[in-house]
Design a protein around this ligand. Sequence first.
Ligand SMILES: [Zn+2]
Length: 309
Amino acid sequence: MGAFSHPFRAFTAFRRAAYRQDPAPRRQFLPREFLGRLLEGAAARLPLLDAPDLPWALAEAVHDPAYLRRWQRGEVDRADERALGFPWTPAVVARARGSSGATLAATRDALRLGLGINLGGGTHHAWADHAEGFSFLNDVVISVRWLLDTGQAQRILVLDLDVHQGNGTARLLAGEPRALTVSVHAEHNYPFLKETSSLDVALPDGTDDAAYLQALETRVAPVVAAYSPDFVFYLAGADVLAGDQLGRLALSPAGVRERDRRVLRWAARSGRPTTLVMAGGYHRDPQTLVDVRLATLDTALAAFAPRGF
Ligand SMILES: [Zn+2]
């Protein structure tokens, strides 16, 4: 680990996902070349650690145990699979468990180092008792619940800048005063029935860099500042990019970089431990998506490295 000038590392469930047995990456438009280039680029920037398995007991603090058992055993029907977006295989369960374990490991890093990173994660459409939108386990809410239950945080911000509304997250944390859920999303995109987050910012189709960054400054920043969180989860969705296959906004790579810079600098400068998860990204061009993902990593490292904890 001595090769890096900072203490941070990233966790990933991608390496252990058997690409052929796991239908998820292909449905999520993550061609093998994308995953290979992402892992290679990330490994040049920080140590990559394989995701540890999430203990099922922590998942049960958020999800209905009967639901978890049904999915573990593959007792799902067509409607379940349609809602999830790909067919059930044992690898689907294993990867979700690894990805949620990666978010939890990143959260432990954040407590210790200031910044923790999961190269995947952000499956924010998972509810207590049903899966949808590529999401079987709600990794971020599982880690939020763990922080609250262990008394390690009392005011947690979930800043969800994926292009899709974090409906599962909103529902799972509704009525929890120790969490603030903020979702900035495309109004006319999936999920078409929105839930109510603490703050929802719904943007029109084709929103560009300037309008997006302005919404962040004028609508999100004041609410976040007033809440004054003691821990941050940042879902840095790349599906806000123009050219994303499942997005409806029109940010440029430079716009995403500026978005990340503002969020991560604020978190680092104000000394808030931050778990960074990548959330959605389905760009037509795999190299564009790789470049944007790596830029997010660079921005996070630049924001947190000089101060450390
Ligand atoms: Zn998304």
